[in-house]
Design a protein around this ligand. Structure first.
Ligand code: BGC
Length: 702
């Protein structure tokens, strides 16, 4: 492909080259897509279409003067996909999305998004996988492989350290090279090397003083020289302020484009301010990739992807990403349990976040509809009260629906007599608590957002008191895209089920989990802190507070569990946590050294009464040496198959020795000494510990 690209470049005029590196900047041929490239008919170069995003292909579902529909599947949001810890599922979701991309005439999917969850309040955390770069990188690599197996491209975004929405288009993110290499870049490095994405999107923000899209160190030194990236780099939409600098530093394509930028690039070459060889390099990087695209191959797409098959994949992915946070024998309930369903989220269920990560599916099964469809015995009298309440409130000016679920409706509107009545006649209470967030703004450490509002608190307290009086159980279903505070109310209830924003199948997934057709096997990819004041990125979203220009990552590498574990701060629910309806036992740990890796093998048995899957996690604790190290770091994981009660699976996790390295400022360094391999069911539920020794320091270039 490189020769073919070279050959095309050799025949191009300066104007044509400038057009290839700048998008067309007008609505593209596929309505609702995010962008498109210029076509050059003389050379047989077609325009290529780019569309979002991480939870499913985002294109307009309807088109003017056309009675066909163009719906795409709404998959669970990325934080939930990561909660599966299942690479096969990520690959399957990638394949399904890739097919929709191809069959709807799109060439490149603007996903996965893989910024690190530095702070629970980042408005786009739902679009990102994890606080841990290894989990994030592994999930992304599997997803990209799936997408690209369909003959279309994936695009890792947003490169890099775009960990907040506040002032994202100009904030200067100041981070040490060690924290960058080990945390904020690591996931991108893993995914780039493992899955060879067609493209990478540079982020809006500045990184250590320079816009990411104009940052030679990031785009050329790290990405191409250190990691050997072979695809092309595109800007985020409207990022940066200098197209010529973008060209020079290695940002191959400017999106969404604009004639002014084409002109600037042409003039810069004519005036000798930009070498034509730089432009040639960027055009070559782009064409080398686009030559493989469906548009180039004149693929004739069907506009008829298999949405039914993909709905099943969306369901399977959600089924493995549900996390059981608390269970005092409250779940599962039997199918004939009479359920009193509380919370407006039962009807206004949130399938995903807003902004470019949104999707337009054929349907969204709400939690209520899921329960009805599965014939659960929902108290319809209470449902009617909720339906009426929602429709009346949404007519009021102050509660007119702006985005799904917002503005938030007061939840505490039932009187004591009503509660009494339902507690008496029903068998259990389920309360839905929902949140939505999205692109362009961060969440707030306030009531109604990170904290429950008073009315939500009251609802939980009153329902619990009343139902407990009758000896009946109360379960809270949490329908959110990033952590909320749970410590102040979790003791009031008997069970908590975290269903994230599970996409279009959410209601079915909730119903099936509640009755035990799905045994929860998801584990947290992010820590739930006890209180916002415990979060290590204390200066989020930067300074000055009123209108931040700069955000300094003072906490360095101590993000998420790396902080909580090392500094002895107890979280509400730790990284890697998630209960099951069954129990798993770990045994027979063996740790063996090989030339370049250490192998950790052990057995997992299902010792409970329910079939289930377990996510085993391997953390490594390094010896004290020259560099500060977190207490432990995730270096491997494995999700078992469905184990029946009494069944055992043998697990072997191989950890490359190089992956144990820390960055010393110039080089990667694995220090010698005695290491601990810690295998467990969560980062704080370590079941087996073994030791291994590295006799000689390993040092290597980035
Ligand atoms: C977002 C990207 C997205 C792009 C195109 C930007 O605002 O940050 O994630 O891919 O828009 O829609």
């Amino acid at each position: 492909m490189a020769e073919k690209a070279d050959e095309i470049v050799s025949r191009m005029t300066l104007e044509e080259k400038a057009k290839i590196v700048v998008g067309i900047g007008v609505p593209p041929k596929i309505p609702g897509a995010a962008g498109e490239t210029h076509s050059i008919e003389r050379l047989g170069i077609p325009s290529v279409v780019l569309a979002d995003g991480p939870a499913g292909l985002r294109i307009n579902p309807v088109r003017e003067g056309d009675n066909r529909t163009y719906h795409a599947t709404a998959f669970p949001v990325e934080i939930m996909l990561a909660s599966t810890w299942n690479k096969n599922i990520l690959e399957a979701v990638g394949r399904a999305m890739g097919e929709e991309v191809r069959e709807y005439g799109v060439d490149i999917l603007l996903a996965p998004a893989m910024n690190i969850h530095r702070n629970p309040l980042c408005g786009r955390n739902f679009e990102y996988y994890s606080e841990d770069p290894f989990l994030s990188g592994e999930m992304a690599a599997a997803f990209v492989s799936g997408v690209q197996s369909q003959g279309v491209g994936a695009c890792l975004k947003h490169f890099a350290a775009n960990n907040q929405e506040t002032n994202r288009v100009f904030i200067d993110t100041v981070v040490s090279e060690r924290a960058l290499r080990e945390i904020y870049l690591k996931g991108f490095e893993i995914a780039t090397k493992k899955s060879k994405p067609w493209a990478i999107m540079s982020a809006y923000n500045k990184l250590n003083g320079k816009y990411c899209s104009q940052n030679e160190w990031l785009l050329t030194k790290v990405l191409r020289e250190d990691w050997g990236f072979q695809g092309f780099v595109m800007t985020d939409w409207g990022a940066g302020n200098n197209p010529v600098e973008q060209m020079r530093t290695g940002n191959d394509m400017i999106m969404p484009g604009g004639e002014d930028k084409v002109e600037k690039i042409i003039n810069a070459v004519r005036e000798g301010k930009l070498g034509e060889e730089v432009l040639n390099r960027n055009v070559r990087n782009i064409l080398k990739v686009l030559i493989n695209s469906p548009s180039f191959r004149r693929y004739s797409y069907s506009n008829a992807p298999d949405l039914n098959a993909h709905a099943r994949i969306a369901y399977d992915a959600g089924a493995e990403g549900v996390i059981l946070l608390k269970n005092n024998n409250a779940l599962p309930i039997s199918e004939d349990t009479k359920i009193a369903l509380f919370g407006t989220g039962q009807i206004e269920t949130i399938k995903g976040g807003t902004g470019s990560g949104d999707t337009h599916p054929r349907y969204v099964v709400s939690i209520l509809d899921g329960m009805r469809e599965r014939n659960l015995k929902v108290d319809e009298e209470l449902v009617e009260i909720y339906a009426k309440y929602i429709s009346e409130m949404r007519k009021k000016e102050e509660y007119k629906l702006e985005v799904p679920g917002l503005p938030r409706l007061p939840q505490d509107f039932l009187d004591e007599k009503q509660l009494e009545r339902f507690a008496e006649k029903d068998d259990a209470a389920i309360i839905v608590i929902s949140r939505i967030s999205g692109e362009g703004y961060d969440r707030k450490p306030e009531k109604g957002d990170f904290y429950l509002s008073d009315d939500e608190h009251n609802l939980i307290r009153k329902v619990s008191q009343t139902f407990h009086k009758y000896g009946k159980e109360v379960v809270v279903v949490v329908n959110i895209g990033s952590p909320i505070e749970v410590a102040s109310w979790r003791d009031l209830v008997d069970g908590i089920l975290l269903v994230w924003q599970a996409g279009q199948e959410i209601g079915r997934i909730v119903a099936d989990t509640i009755v035990g057709k799905i045994n929860p096997s998801g584990k947290l990819p992010i820590t739930f802190p006890k209180d916002y004041s415990d979060v290590p990125s204390w200066n989020f979203p930067g300074e000055p507070k009123e209108d931040p220009r700069k955000v300094v990552y003072d906490e360095g590498i101590y993000i998420g569990y790396r902080y909580y574990d090392t500094f002895g701060v107890e979280p509400a629910y730790e990284f890697g946590f998630g209960l099951s309806y069954t129990k798993f036992e770990y045994k027979n740990l063996k740790v063996t050294m090989h030339d370049n890796s250490v192998k950790v093998s052990f057995e997992i048995s299902n010792t409970g009464n329910f079939p289930g899957k377990e996510v085993a996690q391997a953390y490594i604790r390094a010896p004290k040496g020259k560099l500060d190290k977190p207490l432990q770091e995730l270096k491997g994981f494995y999700k078992t198959r469905l184990l029946n009660p009494g069944e055992t699976e043998k697990v072997e996790i191989e950890i490359g020795l190089k992956s144990l390295a820390s960055f010393d400022g110039e080089m990667w360094l694995v220090e010698k000494g005695e290491y601990e391999a810690r295998v467990g069911s969560s980062s704080r539920d370590i079941r087996l510990v073994g030791k291994f020794t590295i006799n000689e320091e390993i040092k290597f270039n980035p």
